[in-house]
Design a protein around this ligand. Structure first.
Ligand SMILES: Cc1cc2nc3c(=O)[nH]c(=O)nc-3n(C[C@H](O)[C@H](O)[C@H](O)COP(=O)(O)OP(=O)(O)OC[C@H]3O[C@@H](n4cnc5c(N)ncnc54)[C@H](O)[C@@H]3O)c2cc1C
Length: 473
């Protein structure tokens, strides 16, 4: 008998689960497919956000204890990796209680485990059984890009799929890559007690972030003992414990006992028999997708990392929102369809301090010829930052000539939380003057936001304005 569903979702990660969850709640029949029960939850639960943020929580706790010696607490030593791994696992297991096959079946989905491939633009097959769907959402995510270098066979390469399960704390961890995954993991292991070195091909970390903001974190990590090899590449892995690195200052042999690589992501777009569905690709990896997230077959849509743009859980959620909304727009009213708009996207690198970025970048603002002011503010005079050792914090924001936030970045403890009201104002076009209509309890950390915005008004106190004020006074 033909097994037919309103929606088929391939991939039970951040993107797929959002769509499947909404559709089943709205009363539609949903088939959810993932490779195994253990894969449900996708990268975020299994190998990404959840384990990395649990690791970072432990690492920050250990670091805080070790940093308390000036107050008479003498905490030393290295973390017990088996206990750290057990903590990470316990948090994943907790979330897994509502992210598993039995749970999703209990709320009305049909869940099939196995590798899905297309048989047409309206059908897939899993383990020889064919399933038909009015719409099919492809949310198969991404995986770590493979690293190749001479001598790689000498080492066991750790990636985000294996590092959260290692049994022993590395003595000397060598990392390749200068992006957020490397930097978060590198700092966490340094806090736990590893000697960390990071090989970066660029001249700085976090190339997608504003340079002056990223530099604040980079300097702090260096002060904390993380070694960076900038503008460098590994020429050869000479043995299980030695890498030959070509640096700007000549070649060095670096000793390590564990090797972690995070050099970018590959899209999980192969092995799906896309051609049987008539889904066309730009190249071997990238699937052609329009602003409504439709592939060249309108019945098949892309959601999450597989789109090949912003690879975040909340970007997958944004995709899901666009897709779901358009499910309910009839084809004869195409102008009502929602387009994907990433202008208001924000993201956070969960290091200590965090880096939080929102809205448009400076380059994008200039590309669109938007008249704007750049405001930079250090946190050195902020009372809360002073009492909590956060005076190294810094923000850089872009404001339009008529007083609206366009985008910006912040590096500070909890920057991801501090920046929330900037995101709210930018997304909802709330004028910056609103920051002054609000009373900030003293000394909340977010009072710094008002200080940042007040820079605009400083410039408005021109000699003429001052003269008028004097007369009025
Ligand atoms: C170390 C790390 C830390 C991260 N931290 C953050 C963070 O703090 N915040 C944030 O927003 N993002 C973070 N991310 C990114 C985030 O995890 C991803 O953007 C998000 O998981 C993407 O969701 P997705 O639905 O596209 O794919 P996934 O969540 O990866 O789900 C894809 C699913 O598809 C399944 N699948 C693949 N092929 C098939 C097939 N043929 N048949 C059946 N099933 C298939 C897979 O098994 C998988 O379960 C992090 C990523 C990493 C690696």
């Amino acid at each position: 008998m033909k097994k037919t569903f309103d929606s088929i979702v391939i991939g039970a990660g951040s993107g797929g689960l959002n769509i499947a969850g909404f559709m089943v709640k709205a009363g539609f029949s949903v088939l959810l497919v993932d490779k195994s029960d253990a894969h449900i939850g996708g990268d975020c639960l299994n190998f990404g956000c959840v384990p990395s943020k649990a690791l970072i929580h432990v690492a920050k706790t250990v670091h805080a204890a070790k940093s308390a010696h000036q107050f008479g607490i003498d905490a030393q030593g290295k973390a017990d990796m088996q206990k750290v791994v057990a903590y990470i696992k316990s948090k994943k297991d907790f979330i897994r209680t509502h992210e598993n096959k039995a749970y999703f079946e209990s709320i009305g989905m049909t869940v099939v485990l196995g590798h899905a491939t297309f048989t047409s633009s309206h059908s897939i097959q899993v383990d020889g059984t064919e399933y038909y769907g009015k719409r099919i959402v492809l949310a198969t995510g991404s995986r770590p890009r493979t690293y190749t270098v001479k001598g790689i066979e000498h080492v066991h390469v750790l990636t985000n799929e294996t590092i959260f399960e290692i049994e022993h704390l590395p003595e000397k961890l060598l990392i390749v890559g200068g992006g957020p995954i490397s930097i978060e993991i590198g700092q966490a292991f340094a806090y736990l007690g590893s000697k960390v070195a990071i090989v970066v091909k660029d001249k700085r970390i976090l190339p997608r972030e504003d340079e002056s903001i990223a530099l604040v974190l980079q300097k702090r990590m260096e002060q904390e003992g993380v070694q960076f090899y900038f503008e460098s590449v590994i020429e050869e892995i000479q043995s299980k414990t030695q890498a030959y690195i070509k640096t700007q200052n000549g070649n060095v042999t670096h000793e390590f006992d564990q090797f972690f690589v995070a050099i970018g992501r590959e899209l999980n777009s192969e092995g799906l028999d896309l051609e049987k569905a008539g889904i066309r690709q730009h190249d071997k990896k990238n699937i052609i997708v329009n602003k409504y997230l439709e592939t060249t077959q309108k019945s098949v849509l892309l959601c999450g990392d597989i789109v090949g743009q912003h690879q975040f859980t909340h970007a997958a959620e944004l995709h899901a929102a666009v897709i779901i909304r358009n499910f309910f727009v009839p084809n004869w009213l195409p102008f009502l369809k929602k387009k994907l708009n990433t202008d208001h996207l924000a993201w956070v690198t969960y290091t200590n301090p965090e880096i939080a970025t929102f809205g448009l970048s400076k380059a994008e603002i200039e590309k669109r010829s938007i008249v704007h002011t750049v405001i930079e503010q250090n946190f050195d005079e902020d009372d809360r930052a002073i009492v909590e050792e956060g005076t190294y914090g810094k923000a850089k924001i872009f404001v339009s000539h008529d007083g609206y936030l366009l985008g910006g970045s912040m590096v500070a403890p909890n920057a991801g939380e501090l920046i929330q009201e900037f995101i709210l104002a930018e997304t909802n076009k709330i004028p910056v003057s609103a920051f002054f209509a609000k009373i900030y309890p003293y000394p909340t950390a977010s009072r710094v936001n008002k200080r940042i915005i007040s820079n605009i008004y400083k410039e408005k106190l021109t000699p003429l304005v001052k003269k008028v004020m004097k007369i009025l006074y």
